[in-house]
Design a protein around this ligand. Structure first.
Ligand code: PHE
Length: 436
């Protein structure tokens, strides 16, 4: 985190420093990988509508509560609930579980981005166009473990040597760069069309309509609940709320920073990145693979984007390298914030030094990552999840943390703020600078 000394010993240098750090944690694989495949699976427009409603109502309140709790008490997430009410100590402890679960698969997705960057960089990008390329890659245990560990080792070294501020300096250039490149790909990809072997021509505009226009036909209550739960899980994951991270960030925010304005900016940045990614990936899947391919799940971006880059000729190879590297960087900043939280929790709970906490946590994380990677080959299974997805180990961990634990923690946080400490606690903190 970009900090300067204040009377509390630390703090963000500026409003921008805080927004960049929080947005760096928020924007990651959730926006570029998870959001589009959930939106596609849930039929596009309706998911989008529910997601947007949730972000601006629920997301705002959750971010506000987390940041206000942190800023007012200047406490770390594990301590804050117990500090305000002894009986609620368990909630702080519960938040520890989320980063621990997420870290067992986040670097795996980061590794996929690195692998694709490498393939395009070494001139093998055209191989990635084949529909089986991604599945073949996952079913090879060594290759997927290799790229996962490369990604995680980079994260572990940065956290071990405590050089996050160096990374944040790069993020001022790379994050706007990523935004420019995805906007560029969006404008290009909207012109795509494809005629398949049955002589049916599909255009990106038709794909965009599926993405943007809610389809209420055949909507059952069960389906509506499934979509809402998916959208909610995405909201928690994407905004990095309900897992203690934003409480800790809040503790570093100075009093003169306007919290509500900052929250709106973080939400806009995070939601904007997700919306654009969806607008690239969903029409591309529709154009090249048809509507039936929409429920591909986690592989969606990896089977659709290479097809877009392929239509760009040689420029596509360069754009692909830049795109996958920048996305890997965005994933890295989020992964650092998850790892940092785990280290900080270990330091507080076990009274370990930073170095000891980072070495021990890295060993356990490596172990967890290898097991989850093996979920695509050695430990392969197919499990039907309540949201209709067919899950392997990675999806199962993702489901438990995002669709089960996070809603539970958010619900308990709402009760805590609403009835235990009372909403005025948060409202007063938010009103410190110019109100909402
Ligand atoms: N919000 C990040 C993303 O969208 C993921 C993340 C989850 C980061 C939890 C920090 C904590 O990729």
């Amino acid at each position: 985190m970009e900090q300067e000394e204040n009377q509390d010993g630390s703090g963000f240098k500026s409003n921008l420093g805080f927004i960049l750090a929080a947005a760096g944690s928020a924007v990651g694989v959730g926006n570029i990988w998870r959001f589009p495949y959930l939106a596609a699976k849930d039929g596009g427009g309706l998911f989008l509508l529910i997601y947007l409603l949730l972000v601006f109502i629920f997301g705002f309140v959750l971010l506000a509560s987390d940041l206000a709790l942190g800023r007012k008490t200047k406490k770390h997430a594990v301590e804050v609930f117990g500090f305000l009410n002894k009986k609620w100590n368990f909630l702080g402890k519960l938040t520890i579980l989320i980063p621990i679960l997420i870290i067992t698969y986040y670097p795996i997705v980061g590794g996929w981005f690195l692998k694709y960057s490498y393939d395009f960089l070494t001139g093998n990008g055209n191989q990635t166009i084949s529909n089986n390329f991604f599945t073949n890659f996952l079913s090879s245990p060594y290759r997927s473990i290799f790229w996962t560990l490369v990604f995680f080792m980079i994260t572990a070294c940065i956290t071990f040597f405590d050089v996050e501020s160096g990374v944040e300096r790069f993020s001022k250039i790379i994050m706007p760069g990523l935004l420019m490149i995805i906007l560029g790909i969006l404008f290009y990809s909207l012109g795509l069309k494809f005629t398949d072997k049955n002589n049916i021509t599909r255009t990106a505009w038709d794909g965009l309509k599926i993405y943007l226009l809610p389809d209420f036909s055949n909507l059952s209550l069960k389906r509506l609940l499934e979509i809402t739960l998916d959208a909610m899980s995405q909201l928690f994951f994407s905004l990095s709320v309900s897992m203690g991270i934003m409480i800790t960030y809040g503790a570093y925010v100075k009093k003169d920073i306007n919290l509500s304005k900052s929250i709106r900016q973080i939400e806009l940045f995070d939601t904007g990145a997700a919306l654009i990614s969806g607008a690239i990936i969903i029409p591309a899947v529709y154009v090249f693979l048809g509507k039936d391919a929409m429920s591909q799940g986690p592989s969606l971006m990896f089977i659709s984007l290479p097809k877009i880059f392929n239509t760009m000729g040689f420029a596509g190879q360069i754009i692909a390298v830049l795109f996958f590297l920048m996305v890997a960087f965005a994933a890295l900043t989020s992964c650092i914030s998850i790892t940092e939280t785990i280290i900080a929790n270990f330091m507080r709970i076990f009274k370990w030094s930073r170095k000891k906490a980072s070495v021990i946590s890295s060993i356990f994380i490596t172990f967890g990552l290898v097991i989850v990677c093996l979920g695509y080959n050695l430990f392969y299974f197919e499990l039907k999840l309540p949201n209709g997805n067919t899950a392997q180990l990675l999806d199962l961990v993702d489901y438990v943390s995002n669709n089960f634990l996070m809603p539970m923690i958010s619900f308990l946080t709402c009760i805590f703020v609403g009835w235990v400490i009372k909403p005025d606690f948060v409202i007063k903190e938010m009103e410190e600078n110019n109100g909402f």
